[in-house]
Design a protein around this ligand. Structure first.
Ligand SMILES: [Zn+2]
Length: 664
């Protein structure tokens, strides 16, 4: 599973580096450019240069494996996506004779194409169009051809014929409009209504009497009335790309730790056979490698693009464990019992033997396919439930992605909703760090804590039903908010005594502000559906109704939620936590429904409209594509790698063209 936005913290309170970052980290550039409603942001991986040579070389081979499979995902997304990309790249790299306005539109479109791995928007799944006439595109292509560009024509095909074949994909909004359509409307089929290339000519009705053998890793094609599985493996579909991936993975093996080498060998075996039994062996070997300082995810993994939820999209990530941040997570995990024993709720609901949930904080070096340039901020794998139950799972939070995301956020986003300049200052200095602590505690000691009442049978999910997720997210948030102010954090060396009060205040203020800022995401209606949003509304509005910690104020026609008393805030959080834990432990569905119906679900549309106006005036991006670090090997006279250097391209176009060049 991939988390699009961190489980407990939205972009307003996402994570960032420690409280006192180096000067270079405060001044360097994160936001590179805006393309329509997408932001393009540079990712940094500061600890790479300090890694031992063996780990750098390992990463280098895995990095190449990630690039080698990149084109697979383009092809999975749409049967024409790779041809379209090659046409665009041919023009962009041979643009001297192209009319400037035409070129500028082709550049805009191509950047969006790269960020989204094809012609469909990541958020809406809808096709976006090239805003030119077909004639203007043809003239640009002819000029590029004159300048020496080569185009992906099929044998005997002219450039004009190629462009005519792709014309509807570039220009017609009604041809293949949606990449994944799970609700196409009555009488329509989810497979034929979805434009992706995981299926060809297949409708749900065709599955009658058919046994699918390669669910995750095949393309299903209807041939002469029957279904055929084109298996993704070294001698099957994507065989050319897979052979290259395998070559790089095999080169990586000698540099890996023993458990990681075992996982890489198992992955190679799966790429060779395509068999599900080998996929399971790989999953097990991967999840059993819990301690390697470097790791990779590479393969057909997440199933979001398939309307059936079966076929895996190809993706690759390469990363190292961020020691400093992981150590902090471990500190919370190691002391989970200390926190459990001091939960404000009834001792009957405390666990006698709690284990904190451990996750690794990681820094990514590259993400391709389904995981880049638009990336998740958290990942929990494997997806195979049977293996999760027997062998556990690995969770990672992508530290350098959330850091870059946070740094690229316009400062006005904070000041617009802060009541005083001091509040803005505190947010600038501490809100990223406090949000990061909040996330750690939410995950590690929050979700892990508490137990059901004696005699309770069944599951709290089963009883509390549609309010359970929001209640559980609220419970984890309350635990984080409650213990953030505990002197134990100073004792553990997690925060400095001097900054502790300011950090607590910054977090309580940010959490409070978020209750109105998040309304921008619900542009229609007067109800909140998403569980994380419901829980945050519930907590802030409960505190407003039951404590004196938060005031609603007006100034110049603008509304503010102002946190005025951190002591009252914490005391209220403790009281609410007592109740929320009781509701969960006893499975009190009626009380859960009342809590959310009163404080969490409904909002004032006038306030929402005001928030939307204020946010739109700040021109915030809707999503972000990341530029990855660039690695370069240094070799001696014998060709042995003596070092791997890291640099930051600061340019989406340059990186995308380099990736395309190295996967040719
Ligand atoms: Zn959570």
């Amino acid at each position: 599973m991939a988390t699009a936005v961190a489980c407990s913290s939205g972009p307003e309170t996402s994570t960032a580096p420690p409280a006192q970052p180096a000067a270079s980290e405060t001044t360097r550039k994160y936001l590179l450019e805006r393309v329509d409603d997408a932001a393009v942001v540079q990712i940094y991986a500061d600890q790479f240069t300090a890694l031992p040579l063996r780990e750098k070389v390992l990463i280098w081979h895995l990095y190449q494996a990630a690039i080698a499979g990149r084109d697979i995902f383009y092809d999975q997304k749409h049967r024409s996506a790779l041809e379209m990309r090659r046409v665009l790249e041919a023009i962009i790299t041979h643009s001297s004779g192209v009319e400037p306005a035409t070129l500028s539109e082709i550049q805009r479109y191509t950047k969006l194409f790269w960020v989204n791995n094809g012609q469909y928007n990541n958020l809406t799944a809808r096709k976006f169009l090239l805003k030119l006439t077909p004639q203007a595109l043809a003239a640009a292509a002819q000029a590029a051809a004159k300048a020496g560009a080569t185009f992906p024509v099929q044998s005997g095909e002219s450039l004009d014929a190629l462009l005519a074949r792709l014309q509807s994909m570039f220009f017609d909004p009604n041809v293949d409009p949606i990449v994944t359509n799970k609700t196409p409307g009555p009488g329509r089929d989810i497979l034929t209504a979805s434009a992706n290339n995981l299926y060809s000519g297949v409708a749900l009705a065709d599955f009658r009497g058919f046994t699918e053998r390669y669910g995750l890793n095949s393309r299903l094609v209807k041939q002469r009335g029957r279904l055929v599985e084109e298996v993704y493996r070294i001698d099957g579909r994507y065989g050319r790309e897979i052979a290259r991936i395998v070559g790089h993975l095999e080169a990586a093996v000698p540099h890996a730790t023993a458990p990681m080498a075992a996982a890489l060998r198992a992955l190679v075996q799966w790429y060779r056979t395509g068999e599900d039994a080998d996929r399971a062996k790989y999953d097990i070997a991967w999840v059993q490698d819990k301690d390697s300082p470097v790791d990779t995810i590479n393969g057909f993994i997440e199933v979001y693009m398939d309307p059936r939820g079966i076929k895996g999209s190809w993706e690759a990530l390469v990363f190292y464990v961020n020691r400093e941040k992981t150590e902090r997570i471990r500190k919370f995990a190691d002391n989970a019992q200390w926190f459990e024993d001091r939960m404000p709720y009834d001792a009957r609901y405390r666990k006698p033997d709690v284990k904190g949930i451990v996750a690794n904080a990681i820094d990514v070096l590259i993400e391709t396919g389904d995981s880049g340039p638009v990336t998740p901020v958290g990942i929990n794998l494997p997806n195979d439930q049977r293996i999760r139950e027997e062998y556990g799972s690995k969770s990672v939070s992508l530290s350098n992605v959330t850091e870059a995301n946070d740094k690229a956020l316009p400062p006005a986003m904070r000041s617009e909703f802060s009541w005083t300049p001091e509040e803005t200052d505190r947010a600038t200095r501490f809100a990223s760090f406090s949000g990061e602590l909040h996330t750690d505690m939410h995950e590690v000691i929050g979700h892990a804590s508490g137990r059901q009442a004696e005699g309770f049978t069944g599951t709290p999910q089963g009883v509390i039903k549609e309010h359970f997720s929001a209640l559980e997210e609220g419970r984890a948030d309350l635990i984080a908010l409650y213990f953030l102010a505990d002197p134990k954090l100073v004792e553990l060396g997690i925060v400095s005594a001097a900054d502790h009060d300011a950090i607590v205040r910054a977090e309580y203020e940010a959490y409070t502000r978020n209750a109105i800022v998040q309304l921008r995401r619900v542009r229609e209606g007067t109800q909140i559906e998403e569980d994380h949003m419901r829980n945050r509304q519930m907590i802030v509005h409960w505190l407003m109704a039951n404590t004196k910690a938060i005031e609603r104020r007006q100034r110049d026609g603008k509304t503010y939620y102002v946190m005025v008393d951190p002591k009252a805030f914490r005391e209220g959080v403790g009281r609410l936590l007592v109740d929320v834990q009781r509701i969960k432990s006893e499975g009190d569905a009626a009380a859960a429904a009342k809590l959310f119906d009163t404080h969490g679900i409904h909002f004032d549309p006038t306030l929402r409209d005001e928030v939307v106006r204020r946010v739109d005036a700040l021109d915030l991006p809707s999503y972000t594509g990341f530029v990855m670090p660039k690695l370069t090997p240094v070799t001696d006279a014998t060709g042995t790698i003596t070092d791997v250097t890291i640099s930051y391209p600061m340019d989406l176009t340059r990186q995308m063209l380099e990736f395309a060049e190295s996967s040719k």
